[in-house]
Design a protein around this ligand. Sequence first.
Ligand code: NOJ
Length: 493
Amino acid sequence: MQCLSTILVLSAVFAGSSCYEVTNLTFPASFLFGTATAAYQIEGAWNESGKSVSRWDHITHTSSIVVDGSNGDVACDSYHKYKEDIEMLKQLGVDFYRFSIAWTRIIPSGFANDINQAGVDYYNNLIDGLLEAGIEPWVTMYHWDIPQVLNYIGDFSNPYTIDYVVDYADVLFSLFGDRVKTWITFNEPLSFCAHFPLSSAAFGVHLPAGISEYLCSHNIVIAHAKIYRLYQLKYKWEQNGRISIALNTEYAEPATDSPADIEASNRKLLYDLGWYAYPLVHGDYPRVMIDTIRNLSAIQGFPFSRLPMFTLNEKVIIRGAYDFFALNHYTSSLTADASSVIGSPSFLNDDLVEQFKDPAWGNSSASWLTVYPEGLRKLLVHIKETYNDPEIAITENGFADEPGVLNDVGRVSYYQSYLSEVLKAMLEDGVKVTAYTAWSLMDNFEWYNGYTVRFGLYYVDFDSPDRTRTAKESAGYYRNVIQTRCLTENCGT
Ligand code: NOJ
């Protein structure tokens, strides 16, 4: 097999140091392709038309935590350029566009006492423009930009924030639910409850590790379920949409085939994904989390388990509160058992595993993102087997490279190989994947990495006042996949 990296439609591509053979299976006609962005990462207009300050406005304006000192004040300027964004989506030929709504634009006070009409107009224009173009809007309610006033009073660790976010969701359903039929309540609680707080010390906030991650996640699961139940009671009969929560995880590949490492890999998946998915599907946290964290808490001298418990009433509303499984996935890690190591209280120590990367896997410009396409197939099979064979929408998947790369062969081969594994999972393992979302429509503000790392199908020139957008090679490749349902030149042969 020959492994090339320069032409667009290949049957074999580089995936790190090895050669990866792309399948010639095809996607069914009903399969949906989309792309995604998030408000803070693209909109800009941070203080325009009544919008208030979000946590990320605050972080970027008051700390030096973003590597290039940048912020989302202007970002891709999509607040002013959304019509161009719709043109790009039309060029790609996507079925849907997943974007997020900025809470601070709709109810700037953080509470549903006052609605900001300019914010409502912006999203109405965007939604209507998408529908006119034949593109379905998929809306994320919360993609990390909590109003700073609510961040001051404890963010999602404060249980009252559950009521405030449910009120916000109610406003969104009433304003946009006549046209939005796919809702994602929260994007990646694992990232914002467990991983981001690690960096919070850099801007002066010292959250109690091993406690705050669990409070935040606990409240998120309850808030998600309350939003889901609100929709069922008040809106579903009329609007008939569907709701999920976007959960992210790496695949945890066992470092060796020893029973301890295989168990560690399973445990890791139950901690990272099961933390949220298990309550929603089975009504409570995974047994291994309940038992391990109780034991560790006792050893560490706590009078209670650091993992909160759901009440019976909560379990009843949580179980079954989803219409499909929404998965964000980018990368994998090797996972080894570390059950003899009892570290300080922290979600990251409580799983009793050690993780590292396989040097044989390909790299990207983001240190955490290594290329291991087989991990996605294994993860999809794990979800099928662990969570009652759900319908799965992949709500994010993508590759990081450096600014300015228009001939982005790394991204093309990433999409080819990861989509190839999606096809195998669907057609050979019987996993019910119905949609795929490429992250991202265009280069944008990549959180702590600022503009140093790029994920876009379209290049954005952040030095031009116009924020000029230019299609990369990957945009052409993705368009071709959407049109032909095929990843190579050889489908059907
Ligand atoms: C997941 C997040 O949802 C998104 O905001 C981020 O840009 C991508 N991962 C890439 O890191």
